[in-house]
Design a protein around this ligand. Structure first.
Ligand SMILES: [Zn+2]
Length: 112
């Protein structure tokens, strides 16, 4: 990464370009939960296997949530979560590059 020469404006351009490619996006965790049904004498429930289904777990406005995820949508949700982690990495990198660029600008100005 060109951290030696870039300006705060260039960091902004780089980040906005990178952000445009990040979709779908989600934060939280995708887990398989073991559900039970209300049927009597259900073999799946009696055997302990139950009726597994995916759920997205996370926090919103300070509260935990879990949302049912149909099995066929699980790969897309997993992709969104992966992108969420990528977004976190991008923000970390952006902070570092932005600060370097700010310091460089301050140094250049003080020389003038
Ligand atoms: Zn059952």
């Amino acid at each position: 990464m060109p951290t030696k020469t870039e300006t705060p404006e260039q960091v902004k351009e780089w980040l906005q370009t990178a952000l445009r490619k990040i979709w779908p996006l989600a934060e939280g965790s995708l887990s398989l939960r073991k559900g039970s049904c209300i049927r009597k004498n259900c073999k799946a429930c009696e055997s302990g296997i139950g009726h597994p289904s995916y759920a997205l777990y996370g926090r919103h406005a300070g509260k935990r949530f879990s949302i049912y995820v149909p099995g066929e949508l699980a790969p897309e949700v997993a992709k969104a979560l992966e992108n969420g982690r990528r977004l976190q990495e991008l923000m970390n990198e952006a902070g570092i590059r932005y600060l370097h660029a700010l310091k460089r600008r301050a140094t250049v100005k003080s020389r003038v």
